[in-house]
Design a protein around this ligand. Structure first.
Ligand SMILES: [Zn+2]
Length: 286
């Protein structure tokens, strides 16, 4: 992150350098999400302090969250897997999922015949995968790309890219990992949808403590085109995997937040405006 700071505000978009920034939402932490009207992507300023080392040390408690929400998260993984399956044949395909969490999406793709591997830096979460017999590496993506160039037919990132401080390098690593005409599938939150507009800063996917970026289909497509991908498909998804469990509902503050989200999600379904998107792109032939 190389922005110059003036009055605690970013002067330029960290992705394209333009100074055409609109303020979207401001948090109690003092952080603000800005939207760049040139490249159509958002970023938070100041950026989060949550580093890859914090992930590796388990400070996000991902293992606990994945275990507690297994049913809901497997449902979401299956939903995303259905999109991937429409874009790419999974049987016999060599797949790498970057940031695979507890491996629920790996399970879904493996059940379709894919030869799956994951990268997960959180030790406890990785162990959940390994305990089920999945091949999951503890690796830096840049290092892995250098030693596994062209090894995969499909690279998948499910709600991961927004956590990457250097998103452009992450996409260029995906390009390196893929075989000719290999495919990249990503799932992302979508802050321009109806639900976040209604919920304001209570929308869960702002995650200002962890999310550097808030991409849009148009903005992410341009970043991918710049990296010599061709975008083939974008679809939109419901936020229903975030509905509360019974355990959550008994906490009044959380209940109100979830009720608001459920109502907003119902409206979003009615007007077909969803707060996530799935995108599929393939590596250009030269
Ligand atoms: Zn920009």
């Amino acid at each position: 992150m190389t922005n110059e700071v003036q009055n605690d505000l970013p002067r330029n978009c960290p992705l394209c350098g333009a100074n055409r920034l609109d303020r979207v939402v401001r948090f109690k932490t003092g952080q603000t999400v800005f939207f760049c009207t040139r490249c159509h992507n958002g970023h938070i300023w100041p950026p989060p302090h949550f580093t890859t080392s914090d992930y590796a040390a388990g400070h996000a408690n991902n293992a606990g969250i994945f275990a507690r929400e297994e049913t809901r998260r497997r449902g979401y993984a299956n939903h995303f897997c259905n999109f991937i399956r429409k874009c790419h044949t999974l049987a016999g395909t060599r797949v790498l999922e970057i940031g695979c969490g507890a491996g629920y999406l790996l399970d879904a793709m493996a059940s379709e015949g894919a030869r799956v591997e994951g990268i997960e830096i959180d030790h406890d979460t990785r162990q959940l995968c390994i305990n089920r017999g999945l091949i999951v590496h503890n690796a830096d993506v840049t290092d892995w790309a250098k030693t596994h160039e062209g090894r995969y037919d499909l690279v998948v990132m499910c709600h991961v890219l927004e956590h990457m401080q250097d998103a452009k390098t992450c996409l260029s690593n995906c390009m390196l990992l893929l075989a000719p005409l290999g495919r990249l599938c990503v799932a992302q939150p979508l802050h321009t949808a109806f639900v976040p507009r209604v919920m304001g800063r209570r929308w869960q996917a702002w995650a200002p403590e962890q999310h550097y970026w808030h991409f849009t289909p148009r903005g992410l497509s341009q970043l991918l085109t710049d990296q010599h991908f061709t975008v083939d498909a974008v679809t939109f998804s419901h936020p229903d995997y975030r509905y509360p469990s019974i355990r959550d509902v008994v906490r009044p503050k959380f209940f109100i937040a979830c009720l608001t989200q459920a109502v907003a999600a119902s409206f979003s379904w009615l007007i077909a405006s969803h707060d996530q998107f799935y995108l599929s792109a393939h590596k250009q032939s030269n």
